[in-house]
Ligand binder design. Structure first.
Ligand code: CIR
Length: 257
């Protein structure tokens, strides 16, 4: 089952995390806020039954806490990506050793750019979102590597102004997507049931299904109410600080079985 996970890899935030890339003009989060949110996130992963390994902080890479972006992981295999933001490209070398220790097969894209935040895994294969971080060359390379691992993929467009495809959507059941109105209006999720987040809670669309639980940002009461009403077991996790540097919940771990 696509939501069965037993292990997760995370990276502790360095003090430099407060300088993480952000499209927002509001105040920067404090280190203490992000560290507390990260600790709480690790507890949530554990409470969902995952064994969590914590990599050391990397002060030279403010966004390196978002380990989902430089790599993809599957049972027995990992793919090293090429993040589209120049300040994040060195994160790949930094995580490579940890992945080689844990995965028998490690593939790597060699051209173009691709961020893990643009990759949405579904039972039918991987959606690859083209964005300001993921380009055609990266998508093409990744599609080839996924094929080597026996996986189909489909290239789609991340809505303009949205950082990553998964900023705007999450798979919450095999045939059910939590998404923003912008994505619901596109043809990407034809054939899927959709639960649209309220416009005032757009950032709630980045949730994380782990086994039978859905982690959702704690600051999104209306979305939590809708998800509970639809029968989901929801665990609210605080994420306001990381939200100020354009992050949600999926980005802070790599998960596998
Ligand atoms: C960035 O702009 O790269 C970080 N500040 C946020 C990355 C969030 N990643 C993700 O949602 N996969």
């Amino acid at each position: 089952m696509i939501f069965n996970f037993t292990k997760a890899l995370v990276r502790a935030p360095g003090r430099s995390v407060v300088n993480g890339l952000s499209s927002q003009t509001g105040p920067r989060p404090s280190f203490e806020t992000i560290a507390a949110e990260h600790a709480r996130y690790i507890e949530a992963l554990k409470s969902c039954g995952l064994g969590v390994e914590i990599l050391p902080p990397l002060e030279n890479y403010p966004d390196s806490i978002f380990v989902e972006d430089p790599a993809l992981v599957f049972t027995g295999a990992a793919i090293l990506l090429r993040p589209g933001a120049p300040s994040r490209q060195g994160e790949v070398k930094e995580i490579e050793g940890a992945l080689r220790k844990r995965f028998a097969r490690v593939l790597a894209i060699e051209e173009g750019f691709a961020d893990g935040g643009d990759m949405l895994l579904t039972p039918a294969g991987m959606f690859i979102g083209l964005s300001s971080r993921t380009d055609q060359a990266g998508a093409r390379q990744l599609g080839g590597l996924l094929r080597q691992l026996g996986m189909d993929s489909r290239v789609v467009k991340t809505p303009p102004g949205t950082l990553h495809l998964k900023t705007d959507c999450s798979l919450i059941a095999e045939d059910h997507v939590l998404c923003t109105a912008a994505l619901a209006a596109s043809d990407i999720f034809e054939g899927y049931r959709k639960l649209v987040v309220p416009e005032s809670e757009r950032a709630a669309a980045n949730a994380l299904r782990l086994n039978d639980t859905l982690l959702v940002g704690g600051r999104f009461p209306e979305t939590i109410r809708l998800l509970k009403g639809a029968g989901y077991k929801v665990e609210p996790v605080p994420n306001e600080g990381v939200g100020r540097i354009d992050a949600g919940l999926s980005c802070m771990s790599l998960r596998w079985n």
